[in-house]
Design a protein around this ligand. Structure first.
Ligand code: SF4
Length: 314
């Protein structure tokens, strides 16, 4: 009898438990949306990415990151004290099985002006690059040139790309490990043709957040391996390394990212960034000088700090 009662009570509680868990999911999703808006707004502000009267061309590949970028920029535009226009652009590179109707249908649904540029760069790349060699470098060069031209034709002065924090860090490590350079991926730069400003408003956003946001919003993702290009193994290695750090040493990846905006040229070795040649004695002590990473003196429970006795033998 008691078992039957317990079972009836559990059944009565089930809808309440479902409602509670649904509430929690909605709360977490709202938090994620707020975080993305805050981080994108922060990056836009920090780098003065978008100004009054701008026309921003958002490059949409069909991947999670560019969908998230467009979505968040549309939200921020509604709240912004300035006026700017957005136009979404997709370059259909004529890769086999590219579902050409997916993006237009999505863009119609959300009511944003858009342009689909049809250019068969796939055939060009296949013709020029021998089988088995990596095609990405020529492919992206061609794509870049086309997108700059399209931006001109659409009257867009800003070109927004969906790269996020993890892309920036991966590029930074790739350049350091394999290129011998301290160089990341800029949040804002002038385009090669000198006619546009390229911006990366997702610069502060974690990839894991764009992944989750894409699920929450149910974006119609187009797979990114249609061209048949092999995955860049070096990038994959770095990605795995960062994932492992994130798991084993929470906060490390965040610290590395924040170090990109806290560079001390006098403590590196680039003679173009700091004039070591003409460095002279100034005669003035700098209390905040070169002590940041000195060992901390040992603390004692009573007095706080043990004095160093330089005359002791040990
Ligand atoms: S993965 Fe394919 S589409 Fe993307 S840049 Fe490389 S070759 Fe081009």
């Amino acid at each position: 009898m008691q078992a039957i009662n317990e079972s009836l009570t559990a059944q009565a509680d089930a809808p309440a438990a479902v409602a509670k868990s649904q509430e929690k999911i909605t709360y977490e999703n709202n938090k994620l949306h707020k975080r993305l808006c805050r981080q994108v707004g922060q990056a836009i502000g920090d780098f003065n990415m978008i100004e009054d009267g701008d026309k921003v061309m958002v490059c949409l590949s069909g991947g999670k990151d560019s969908y998230a970028l467009l979505d968040i920029l549309m939200t921020l535009r509604e709240r912004a004290p300035i006026h700017f226009d957005i136009v979404a652009v997709n370059l259909d590179q004529k890769q086999p099985n590219f579902p050409a109707d997916v993006l237009p249908a999505y863009l119609e649904k959300i009511g944003i002006p858009y342009h689909i540029e049809n250019q068969d760069t796939y055939s060009i790349v296949k013709r020029l690059i021998p089988e088995g060699k990596t095609t990405c470098s020529l492919c992206s060069r061609l794509r870049r040139g086309i997108l700059y031209r399209v931006a001109d034709e659409l009257g867009a002065n800003k070109i927004a790309l969906g790269h996020h924090r993890d892309d920036i860090l991966e590029t930074f490590f790739l350049n350091m490990f394999f290129g011998g350079k301290i160089k990341g991926m800029p949040a804002k730069l002038q385009s090669d043709d000198g006619k546009h400003i390229v911006i990366r408003p997702m610069a502060y956003v974690k990839e894991a957040d764009t992944e989750r946001y894409a699920q929450v919003k149910n974006f119609p993702i187009i797979p990114c391996d249609l061209c048949g290009s092999q995955e860049n193994l070096q990038r994959k290695q770095i990605k795995n390394l960062m994932r492992e750090w994130d798991k084993k040493y929470p906060g490390r990846v965040e610290n590395i990212f924040s170090s990109l905006s806290t560079v001390v040229p006098s403590h590196l070795m680039d003679k173009n960034l700091f004039n070591f040649t003409d460095l002279q004695i100034s005669g003035e002590a700098n209390p905040d000088g070169d002590i940041a990473f000195d060992e901390e003196p040992c603390a004692t429970p009573a007095s706080g700090v043990i004095q160093l006795h330089l005359d002791q033998d040990d």
